[in-house]
Write a protein that binds this ligand. Structure first.
Ligand code: SF4
Length: 300
């Protein structure tokens, strides 16, 4: 490692796991290395290849270091004052309903707050949107309805304490590597059961007790089939259902149609595998009294 003169604690900018990084910075304010941060509760000293080595873009020579204004088909360097005046005067032409703003999921909460404030107060519009509407809105809507919040309901520590993990419609090893390490830790070090539901083979299949491969687009039928087994085999927590849920009987009537054999016809997943998966998921385990159902970014 080149000589570092100070260490700056920050968060990896790449994925939603939010791993802690300590950037080693030299006397010229250049990043010379990224170290893991054992004190960070999200990553507890782990980093994937992106977090550990993907910081060279910060000082890359291709990065713009000054605003550019296009004149006569050519960009010329400009001062910040000149560029901001130009942008402000152009934006004014669109003030009101003809203006809209789209926020990035990579922005911080604070950035998002400032952006909506700016759109409403300065640009006088409510046309504010977020990329989540495209990639995440079905799951947000479902979570709001069922859990009351569109945010995740488990901590990373819960993964390691779970008796059973069900990884459905996602590939954590590729998309959220450090979170997947904590799942593997639950399986390898603590004996948790792992069910992967994915038409595609993912790395987590190497650790799975069961890999269900439904036909694409049949995931709702598959989940109904699992629920059918849980209901018919009496594996549900009746006390929880009676105290914490509503509309249960209507839902149970829908699920009653999805016998393992009928679900097999719809999804291609063998009826016996469905039964086994439902039992792994719903039966209390010796490790944890409640298993954890985990689906992160079902569309990723
Ligand atoms: S898992 Fe990798 S990419 Fe995601 S936050 Fe952690 S180090 Fe960054």
């Amino acid at each position: 490692m080149a000589e570092s003169s100070r260490s700056v604690a920050t968060t990896c900018p790449y994925c939603g796991v939010g791993c802690g990084i300590k950037l080693e910075v030299n006397a010229s304010d250049h990043i010379v290395a990224a170290q893991d941060d054992p004190g960070n509760r999200s990553s507890i000293g782990m980093l994937c290849v992106k977090g550990r080595f993907g910081h060279s873009f910060v000082q890359h020579p291709d990065r713009l270091t000054t605003p550019l204004i296009k004149e006569g088909g050519e960009f010329r360097p400009a001062s910040w004052d000149e560029a901001l005046d130009l942008v402000a005067s152009r934006l004014l032409q669109y003030r009101g309903a003809s203006f809209g703003t789209l926020c990035s999921a990579k922005a911080t909460n604070e950035d998002g707050y400032v952006q909506q404030k700016w759109a409403r107060l300065v640009m006088q519009t409510n046309n504010i949107d977020h990329c989540t509407r495209l990639c995440h809105s079905p799951s947000v809507e479902a979570m709001l309805t069922t859990l009351g919040s569109g945010a995740t309901s488990n901590s990373y520590t819960d993964y390691e304490n779970a008796g059973c993990l069900v990884v459905t419609g996602c590939d954590p090893t590729s998309n959220h590597p450090v979170a997947s390490s904590r799942m593997r830790r639950a399986v390898v070090e603590r004996g948790a059961k792992l069910v992967v539901i994915n038409p595609r083979r993912i790395d987590m299949c190497d650790y799975a007790d069961l890999w269900l491969r439904p036909y694409p687009g049949t995931d709702v039928a598959l989940l109904n089939g699992l629920a059918n087994v849980i209901l018919t085999e009496g594996l549900l927590d009746r006390e929880f259902v009676s105290h914490r849920t509503e509309g249960f009987d209507d839902w149970a009537k829908v699920v009653a149609r999805y016998t393992p054999e009928y679900t097999e016809q719809l999804t291609g997943v063998p009826a016996e595998d469905l039964r086994q998966a439902a039992r792994l998921y719903a039966k209390p385990s010796a490790i944890s009294p409640l298993p954890s159902w985990w689906a992160w970014g079902a569309d990723r």
